[in-house]
Write a new protein. Structure first.
Length: 425
């Protein structure tokens, strides 16, 4: 219900040292292939998949999604709740290469969201990005990309000021590079990401400025990983990742220094067990150190898991879990430790009808202040592919926040029900 990127010469050159961490590398190698199982959502449906418009070696996929939603708590608050209908329009286009070697993908979209009961809640955003992969040999690839996103912060975000007249607008620019190679039973990969965040100030009903520039930052993430295949279906791996988060403002302009540096070490297994299960599970340790001496470093047990179980070819059940340090937009806190888990089931009732259900939970523990946020969510969705060009998706979502502590946030419970109509070529 309701992200990416063009290979430029400099980025691709830098990518030679770099690949996606947390993802099996050298997918062309038999020891690292994880495609013996196909999930319900991944399965090709030639009679219902959009064919696109071919232009030389490229295929263009245009689409338009229109959504109509009822939200019973549009401000995400536990007092003075307001309900409204919401209309969303999202034209989108993606371009994919069909070359025998190398890959290129470009995508762009714009989205306008109209809230019937409060025009101040209307939003307009857009995205453009491209990814490219150069295939130098059967087991060696380098890639890179760039993207730009302009959007608005959801009212459900812990960093969203409750007194802002309009949702906070922000922009994110991203560059990344990857590299991977494999030989015999060993695969090596590395990845570099640079992201720049820019937040616009908000305004209260009385006209006071809600300063958001202290949230602007540049973030660099570097990761390296090695996989060793102990069988054609199982590989063990070790991964190290480093990050630096550099904020544009420091005291006395802002109350605290949010700059930090972090490290994450993981070890685990990547597997595809016959027709039963596939996924990746890793455990390890993380630490984030802050430049401001007022804050202790945050460290602890790390976990990352994503597993899919296939009780039948028509049903896929997925489980995820993750623990990480996230930057905080809450006053007085530079970051929080997020522990999250989810479970999802997709069932192919008919060839062109998929029923889905999902449960989510997260626990956010804030550094520097007494605050803890527990979030729970549930969702139901049906995906009806009427034909190649028309799709219909009714859905229901429930979200709840229970915030506690001396600096607790705004509790809320939200019910959303809606339907999306997608027209594709």
């Amino acid at each position: 219900m309701t992200a990416s990127m063009t290979p430029c010469a400099a980025l691709v050159a830098a990518a030679a040292l770099l690949t996606p961490a947390g993802q099996a590398v050298a997918q062309g190698s038999g020891a690292f292939e994880r495609d013996r199982n196909v999930s319900v959502q991944e399965r090709a449906r030639p009679e219902y998949d959009a064919v696109g418009v071919r232009s030389g070696g490229l295929t263009i996929y245009p689409s338009l999604t229109a959504g109509l939603e009822y939200d019973d708590n549009i401000y995400a608050t536990d007092a003075n709740e307001a309900e409204s209908g919401i209309l969303t329009l999202r034209p989108e286009v993606s371009i994919e290469s069909g070359w025998s070697r190398h890959e290129l993908a470009v995508s762009a979209w714009v989205e306008h969201r109209t809230v019937f009961e409060d025009s101040d809640e209307d939003t307009f955003g857009g995205y453009i990005g491209a990814d490219g992969v150069l295939d130098f040999a059967s087991e060696t690839e380098i890639g890179g990309g760039a993207s730009y996103l302009s959007d608005h912060e959801s009212r459900t975000s812990s960093a969203s000021p409750a007194t802002a007249v309009e949702p906070i607008e922000y922009e994110v620019a991203n560059l990344y590079g990857t590299a991977s190679t494999a030989f015999n039973r060993l695969a090596l990969s590395t990845r570099l990401d640079w992201r720049a965040f820019d937040f616009e100030d908000g305004v209260t009903p009385g006209g006071a400025v809600l300063e958001q520039d202290d949230r602007d930052r540049d973030q660099i993430d570097v990761s390296a990983r090695g996989d060793y295949a102990i069988s054609p279906a199982t590989a063990l791996f070790a991964e190290a990742a480093f990050n630096t988060r550099d904020y544009g403002r420091e005291p006395p302009v802002t109350p605290i220094t949010r700059d930090s540096d972090g490290v994450e070490i993981l070890a685990g297994a990547n597997f595809d067990i016959t027709r039963v299960m596939r996924g990746e599970v890793a455990i390890g340790w993380f630490e984030q150190e802050f430049d401001d001496p007022a804050f202790d470093s945050v460290d602890g047990f790390d976990v990352r898991a994503g597993v899919e179980w296939f009780p039948s070819q028509l049903t896929t059940i997925g489980f995820t879990a993750a623990r990480d340090v996230e930057d905080s937009g809450v006053a007085g806190s530079p970051a929080y430790v997020s522990s999250a888990a989810s479970a999802r089931i997709d069932h192919e009732l008919l060839r062109n009808l998929i029923l889905s259900a999902e449960l989510t939970y997260s626990d956010d523990d804030y550094e520097g202040i007494d605050r803890n946020d527990e979030r729970t969510g549930a969702g139901l969705e049906a995906t009806w592919m009427i034909n190649r060009s028309v799709g219909l998706s009714p859905y229901y979502q429930y979200m709840e926040l229970d915030s506690s502590g001396a600096f607790q946030g705004q509790d809320y419970a939200i019910n959303r029900i809606g339907v999306e109509l997608t027209l594709a070529r």
